[in-house]
Design a protein around this ligand. Structure first.
Ligand code: NOJ
Ligand code: CA
Length: 732
């Protein structure tokens, strides 16, 4: 019996090695690069002409020897036949200050190795590796002196060979959408679980049951948190990851353009950074700034016009179906410049009408918000969805019942700005036609932020949301907006890869399932996103839904959100975004003004963030310290919070916020307040799930308590299923 087992094991081993041509070790003369703390070790070698790298942490393999290179269209592959012509080493230790962020200063500390590779034909391909204490970034660089100038990519052949079968938090690979709910499974289970049909999305292109998206969070059996993603994706398609038949090798799978080309490159050029974040704890994943550090410094000289923003919106009422984006039901279809809206009969459910907008302006201004988003203000919404039509909107013509100049003037008189909305309906050609005029209109009336959207299949026909031409479109929109001093929050655009460091007017993105999907998504989604989607940049998740029952918000509608009120409060601290929405309706907040107080008080820009406890999909507890200068100076309106932050003696009050969220399970946590300044006393206002709160049965049960605390205090807090808590701490 024992012999049979040994024979079987030997047969299995030989089968496995037949699937995978790689060795588990690079040759002894491989080049070696270590992280500043020497824990991470990167090795590189050209083995029989094939460039390969491997990564380990404290002697433990993280990535086994893995191939690098490209296959090209119509020319020899960049996968073999290479010799190493030169290697050079470098290092950097700098600190930079983000315009907005989770902390006032970010340390960018790495050791670097550049390897120059050449094929006999004279084709040159270099690979630059940067090794940080929290992970690896590497990219391809094609120098100008090269036998390769213009080339088309068939596929990037970069591999990540994993030593085991880690747990992964993944969503399906797709060329068009990230609006999927996460699955937690071993990577070997991905092909089976991913074969299950996916829920409908307005634009989706499946790749394979073996394909998943980045950022992909992994956890090894030894407890390492490994995250695969990419940084600085510019003029290059978005990567998915394809799991090979051996069930342990991921290979880059790029998004093709309409002609099937996966990148049209011209030397000199660089690829995005391929990233392997390696952390020993889940909280370290949340604290990692690997992706931002791999992006270029800010290119804007004047950033004074960029400001973190807390906003409300004439929005949730359309999402729930209480009102509509459209104005009339008079026409079977509408056409820009042809349809006579002025004489059309309103259907009576248009949300963005003057009276309703004024009602929101009043409420938002009274409660200290900076801005108000209004969707459905412009002509064209009767036909925006599902027609894949080129000329849907012109982005400059309001509906007859939306008095754009008067509403802006009214908002400004109350210290509030309006946020513009540009739904491109994925006709990027049309959006680009109108973009300059649309931004000029915004400048004329004092809008300084736009929410853009890309719902539906892309025009130019055949392009994908994540193909190279679209990456260039999203970037163009941000660059042009910066010239007009406009901040951009793009929905359904590609998930971010840290470009907000370079272009801090890229103030938000959706690019995942946000709150508008939460009636359909199991709890645990929000405790997953900071490990995945948020690794590349902030998300406009639109938290703050207090009324879970759609039928109450929008009579006649169905559905229930799956969270407690305190879960929503916890999101303002656990999810970092310089753009935070209070997404619910004024009339819903009016029923819970005591809990709404936390949203009024909480800051949106921080000089310090502490990740106190976390596990992907299960729970997150975060403490953050606001940028006091921002608060005291106020943002553009000078009324950023209802709190006074300066003592009569001129000294600043110290302030902290703590938030927690859970997934499917209830949880008790003890939060040590040892981050508070020693010797000072603070008033803690604690918003907590009531003992009987539960997202299914009692989502609106909460308690609010006040007590005096100091650095020695430990708060014992209960979080219900899909619950949470929020604490404001204000120096007495
Ligand atoms: C989808 C966006 O995510 C949502 O927020 C928006 O309201 C609709 N598109 C309409 O643009
Ligand atoms: Ca969306």
């Amino acid at each position: 019996m024992k012999i049979i087992r040994i024979l079987l094991a030997a047969a299995l081993l030989s089968l496995l090695s037949a699937c995978s041509p790689k060795t588990t070790q690079l040759p002894a003369d491989a080049l070696v690069l270590r992280s500043p703390d020497t824990q991470l070790e990167l090795k590189f070698a050209v083995v029989d002409g094939v460039p390969q790298y491997a990564l380990s942490r404290a002697g433990e393999a993280v990535i086994l020897p893995s191939r690098l290179g490209y296959t090209l269209i119509g020319r020899d592959a960049l996968t073999d036949g290479f010799t190493l012509t030169e290697s050079s080493f470098n290092s950097l230790d700098e600190t930079w200050e983000p315009v907005w962020g989770e902390e006032a200063a970010i340390r960018n500390h790495y050791n670097e190795m550049l390897v120059r590779l050449q094929q006999p034909s004279g084709v040159a391909m270099n690979v630059r590796f940067r090794l940080y204490d929290d992970g690896l970034g590497f990219r391809y660089e094609f120098p100008q002196e090269n036998k390769l100038t213009y080339f088309k990519v068939a596929e990037e052949q970069t591999e990540f060979v994993l030593p085991g079968d880690p747990v992964a938090w993944w969503i399906s690979g797709d060329y068009d959408t990230q609006e999927y709910s996460y699955t937690r499974s071993r990577i070997s289970e991905i092909p089976r679980l991913n074969a299950i049909p996916r829920p409908y999305n307005a634009s989706q292109t499946e790749i394979s049951p073996r394909a998943v998206q980045t950022s992909l969070q992994l956890k090894t059996d030894s407890g390492l948190y490994v995250n695969l993603h990419e940084a600085r994706v510019l003029d290059y398609p978005t990567a998915n990851l394809l799991l090979k038949e051996d069930n342990r090798t991921f290979q880059i799978h790029l998004t093709p353009d309409a002609e099937g080309v996966k990148g049209r490159l011209q030397a000199p050029c660089v690829s995005p950074w391929r990233t392997v974040q390696v952390c020993t704890s889940a909280t370290a994943v949340l604290a990692s700034r690997l992706i931002l550090n791999l992006n270029d410094p800010c290119v804007l000289d004047d950033v004074s016009w960029i400001h973190p923003t807390k906003y409300m919106g004439v929005w949730w009422e359309m999402i729930t179906g209480k009102t509509h984006w459209s104005y009339t039901s008079d026409f079977p279809s509408v056409q820009l410049g042809v349809t006579d809206y002025a004489h059309a009969k309103p259907h009576g459910h248009h949300g963005a009408n003057n009276e309703n907008v004024r009602r929101y302006i009043d409420f938002a201004a009274e409660n200290g918000f900076d801005a108000l988003l209004i969707e459905g203000w412009n002509e064209g919404w009767e036909d925006w969805f599902g027609c894949q039509k080129d000329f849907v909107f012109d982005f400059v013509t309001p509906y007859p019942d939306f008095d754009l100049p008067a509403l802006n003037a009214y908002a400004h008189s109350k210290g509030l700005r309006l946020i513009m909305h540009h739904e491109s309906s994925s006709s990027t050609v049309n959006y680009e036609r109108w973009m300059e005029r649309a931004y000029e209109l915004m400048n004329l009336y004092g809008y300084d932020a736009v929410k853009s959207g890309y719902v539906g299949d892309i025009i130019p026909y055949g392009e994908h949301h994540y193909s190279q031409p679209l990456i260039n479109h999203y970037h163009h929109a941000v660059v042009e907006a910066a010239k007009h001093h406009i901040m951009v929050n793009a929905h359904e655009a590609v998930r971010p890869t840290g470009l907000c460091r370079t272009w801090p007017n890229m103030i938000g993105n959706e690019s995942a399932m946000g709150n508008e999907f939460m009636a359909a998504v199991p709890p645990g989604h929000t405790a997953t996103l900071p490990f995945t989607r948020l690794q590349g940049g902030p998300m406009d998740f639109t938290p703050g839904i207090f009324e879970q029952d759609m039928a109450i918000t929008a009579p006649g509608q169905e559905g229930r959100m799956r969270h407690t009120i305190c879960n929503q409060l916890g999101l303002y601290v656990t999810f970092y975004s310089p753009l935070q929405m209070a997404a619910d309706l004024p009339e819903n907040y009016a029923r819970f003004m005591d809990a709404f107080q936390f949203i009024r008080d909480v800051a949106v820009d921080w000089d310090k963030s502490l990740y106190l406890a976390a596990e992907p999909g299960e729970f997150i507890v975060t403490a953050r310290h606001p940028k006091m200068a921002t608060l005291n100076a106020g943002r553009w309106s000078g009324k950023s919070s209802v709190w006074e932050f300066v003592h009569p003696d001129g000294r600043e009050h110290d302030v902290w916020y703590v938030g927690g969220i859970t997934g499917e399970d209830a949880r008790d946590v003890s939060v040590k307040l040892d981050f508070l300044q020693p010797g000072l006393r603070y008033e803690a206002t604690i918003y907590a799930d009531a003992p009987d709160a539960d997202y299914e049965t009692k989502p609106q049960a909460y308690t609010i308590t006040k007590r005096t605390v100091d650095a020695a205090t430990v708060l014992d807090l209960h979080m219900a299923r899909s619950g949470g808590f929020a604490v404001s701490l204000r120096e007495l």
